[in-house]
Design a binder for this molecule. Structure first.
Ligand code: URP
Ligand code: ZN
Ligand code: ZN
Length: 465
């Protein structure tokens, strides 16, 4: 078995920062302590001046996903390779149950998508589109397969949206099987009325995607999701939370002691209606995702939410569509623009620079938001999300002083634009290990597609405790 000693680095976990050495034996961390002798290892890596971080965990990605008459531009190979280069060693992607079919069929389809391609370990959530009474056992079947979380949509009527009865039934089943319900929380019926009116008035440009989805529609749905979870006696996790109004609902629930959790994404923290959509014409299509970009005044509230643990996770909702030939499907009608944006590669860079570098939170909180909390909440801890003896040797040698400019010209995602074009960041991944294997060296991917393994996640993860 290979023995790799990382020497002289600063080991950063969510709850500690220590100068120590870290010994990897095979796929697992054997020891973390000061003064491990070089003779203990076959390979010795000098990490002087570097931070050693647990590999990033992106709990919200959409690779090779059919949507809006096309499919997301990154598959499991290009998407996970870009993730690794950015310091992410685990993703949790979404399989989609087709209406009227068994969830197992979707699970098989998504395993096939990943087979021979995934460069890092991956778990799967299941998107529930249909839940007849027999489907409730389907959920238990998924939990046995390590699909310990389900996403339900309160938006996208006639496509993915399910009604409150379905949501409540899924929640009650999760009380029995220990899964976590993840909610896309926007009032889709109300939004649809506003959208139809906009179209009737000839408002077809990308900006109207954002203007037809008010923050009240998000806040109302967050409130309703939490209320249903309270009635069912289960935790709930709000995905891609975008606004202060919605955040207030989560904060109030948590203040009441309810197990309500939420993630936000770099786009909501760093991009805005004012900077990226207003007066930008068709360019605005690059930022058509759901929930939409919000007014800039929401950003400091989200940063504060991350600081104060009203928000627990930052994931990307990576769902790339090329500007040239995919976003173009909605040239004459914003409702036909495929919803989603790219970001799987840039999450750690952006959060480190704007979070730690700008004094929004500590390096330990950074690790918690991008790795430890998603590992706990989604049933992967302590195998993932921590640098400790016995955990998978998923780690990043992070250079906190490295300068990098984000650009589509140099990124590794298979998409022809960057949402963060020209953003300058300090701090970047130098080397990345996945289960003890060096897969990124000096910023270059050197791993093999297909080496990534499916992760069976535990039910009754951190959200239940
Ligand atoms: O616009 C988005 N977010 N696309 C991906 C699907 C979803 O709702 O997460
Ligand atoms: Zn969603
Ligand atoms: Zn998503």
């Amino acid at each position: 078995m290979s023995r790799v000693l990382i020497q002289n680095g600063t080991i950063v976990n969510a709850d500690s920062t220590v100068k120590a050495d870290l010994l990897i034996v095979g796929a697992v961390i054997k020891e973390v302590r000061a003064g491990i002798p070089a003779s203990a290892a076959g390979t010795v890596v000098d990490a002087s001046g570097l931070l050693v971080l647990p590999g990033g965990i992106d709990a919200h990605t959409h690779l090779d996903m059919p949507f809006g008459g096309t499919k997301s531009a990154d598959d499991f190979e290009t998407g996970t390779r870009a993730a690794a280069i950015g310091g992410t060693t685990t993703i949790v992607d979404f399989a989609i149950q087709a209406r009227g079919t068994k969830m197992r069929a979707a699970l098989d389809t998504w395993w096939k998508k990943a087979e021979g391609k995934a460069c890092i370990d991956y778990g799967l959530h299941m998107i529930v589109t249909d839940l007849p009474d027999a489907g409730l056992e389907d959920m238990d079947d998924m939990v046995r397969e390590g699909v310990a979380s389900f996403k339900l949509f309160m938006a996208y009527p006639n496509v993915l949206m399910v009604d409150d009865a379905t949501i409540f039934k899924a929640m009650r089943q999760s009380a029995k099987n220990g899964a976590l319900i993840c909610m896309h929380a926007e009032n889709g019926s109300v939004i649809d009325v506003i959208v139809q009116q906009a179209l009737a008035e000839g408002k077809t440009a990308p900006i109207y995607h954002a203007l037809t989805r008010p923050t009240a529609a998000e806040a109302e749905a967050v409130h309703r999701a939490i209320a249903m979870a309270e009635m069912a006696g289960v935790p709930v996790y709000i995905v891609h939370l975008s606004s202060e109004d919605a955040l207030n609902q989560v904060r109030e629930a948590r203040d009441r002691g309810l197990p309500a959790f939420a993630e936000t994404c770099p786009q909501y923290l760093l991009l805005s209606l004012e900077d990226n959509m207003i007066d930008k014409g068709w360019e605005g299509a690059k930022y058509v995702f759901t929930p939409p970009l919000r007014e800039k005044r929401n950003q400091p509230k989200l940063w504060q939410g991350l600081r104060k643990d009203h928000l627990q996770v930052v994931s990307t909702d990576h769902c790339p569509f090329c500007f040239e030939d995919q976003k173009a499907l909605g040239k004459d009608d914003f409702t036909k623009i495929p919803n989603g944006g790219p970001g799987i590669e840039n999450r750690l860079q952006l959060l480190h620079h704007h979070g730690v570098g700008q004094g929004n939170f500590s390096i330990n909180r950074f690790v918690e938001l991008v790795s430890t909390a998603p590992a706990r909440i989604f049933g992967m801890y302590p195998r993932k999300g921590v640098l400790a003896a016995g955990s998978d040797a998923d780690l990043v040698l992070w250079d906190p002083g490295a300068d990098h400019t984000i650009s589509a010209a140099t990124h590794h995602m298979r998409v022809d634009y960057s949402m963060f074009e020209g953003f300058k960041v300090k701090g970047n991944a130098r080397d990345v290990y996945s289960r003890g294997e060096l897969i990124v060296s000096g910023g270059e991917f050197i791993g093999k597609p297909g080496r990534g393994e499916y992760l069976r996640r535990e039910a009754r993860g951190g959200a239940w405790k």
